[in-house]
Design a binder for this molecule. Sequence first.
Ligand code: NAD
Length: 485
Amino acid sequence: MSYDTQPAASHFVAGGYVEDTAGAEIEVIHPATGAVIARLHEATDRIVELAMVSALEAQEVWAAMTGAERGRVLRRAADLIRERNRALSELETMDTGKPLQETLVADAASGADALEYFGGLAGTLTGEHIQLGGNWAYTRREPLGLCVGIGAWNYPTQIACWKAAPALACGNAMIFKPSESTPLCALKVAEILVEAGAPAGLFNVVQGRAEVGSALVTDPRVAKVSLTGSVPTGRRVYAAAAAGIKSVTMELGGKSPLIVFEDADVEDAVGGAILGNFYSSGQICSNGTRVFVQKGLRDRFLRRLAERLEGVVMGDPMDEAVNFGPLVSAAQRDKVMGYIRTGLGEGARLVCGGEAVPGGGYFVQPTVFADVTDGMVIARDEIFGPVMAVLDFEHEDEVVRRANATEFGLSAGVFTRDLARAHRVIGNLHAGTCFINSYNDAPVEMPFGGMKMSGVGRENARAAIDHYSQLKSVFVRMGAVEAPY
Ligand code: NAD
């Protein structure tokens, strides 16, 4: 099977596709060519209202089911996603420009993992019993109600599933707004959930830009907002949610340190730096874009990095031999090229790359800067493109202090053969998701999320359950009530 890039309608609400052409147009562009592959419309107030009402109705039905029944639906959806992995991956590649070689293993597959994992957990969610002498108390783990999910453009299917799976497992409904740059695959997740047995309206997808997102976040019927996006957007969405005292999960940006000590296996460290900078053309929030290399290893590290980057195959992302795709949009390419010019202007040494590739697509070569210093803009800002900054260091204390000198705290990595040092350094780094002798692994069983400006809350693992449910405490008196009067 394969999917048309033009969906039947822009939104998936109340169990089916719905359209309202009064909404502003969204052109969906294939980033490798610049061709328009679909035309959608932003959600109007009418569509948002339909999504709200149907989600609230579905949530009541869903929350009344047992956890095992809910879990069965989620696991069936996981199976359907795996069966359709190729079609979903092809659509994701058309939408995002990421190589099919990547999307076949990292996008729908990761979404299916989340649905399977939280489907398994759904039947295990319990409160606790607390004995208080003759009296006792118990807690009930209850859903929050209606949750809103808002996605970024780099991992559309994965983000939709990472939010939907724990939300639905806990008995909530969700309205999901994909990024306006990559709106296609969340619609397929919604279709599949209905096919798997979810009540109509339980997972609605509405399209739109910031204004639609804002309408969802500020609606008083919404109990929780989960955003994946940049720090500036996070600030706005968090503030809007705070006005309604809504619970939030914020998965935001990063400028994460990857520290390579002299005793590291150089091939592994170079491999980690490649994965942590150039996978998905660098459009990954957790990327280790500040690569601190201890002085004695620096030249060897850079030489092997440049040699291995000769293995990059850039081209049509639908060709499975291609391993490096374009950026998502012309705007993102221009932003990344601006940072490359800034890096050159700041005096960083260009080791390789540095050019945009002429033609209709939004390709930028994998780019490595060496001799980067902490104050440079390219060492401070999240670029969200294929630009690696290599910085030198001498001592462990020094590198830990410099690695922590950022407002971000999403991820961090250490390469060393000295395991005591590895754990000590990781213990001292202010980051939520860390790696030792590896980079960017994101198994569903491991909590994912950031510290400091990089976020609030955790996705994946049991930790996510806390962020999609609330506890009700119940005190039970077994004897007479003693009142003073
Ligand atoms: P973005 O912040 O521009 O947009 C994210 C989403 O928020 C989009 O759907 C957008 O329409 C919506 N939005 C924008 N303004 C809004 C508002 N006022 N109210 C409600 N919704 C609003 O991010 P992007 O450019 O799509 O994605 C890139 C960013 O996302 C990077 O900073 C990256 O690090 C981050 N990211 C984080 C994670 C993570 O898990 N921590 C994962 C992927 C991407």
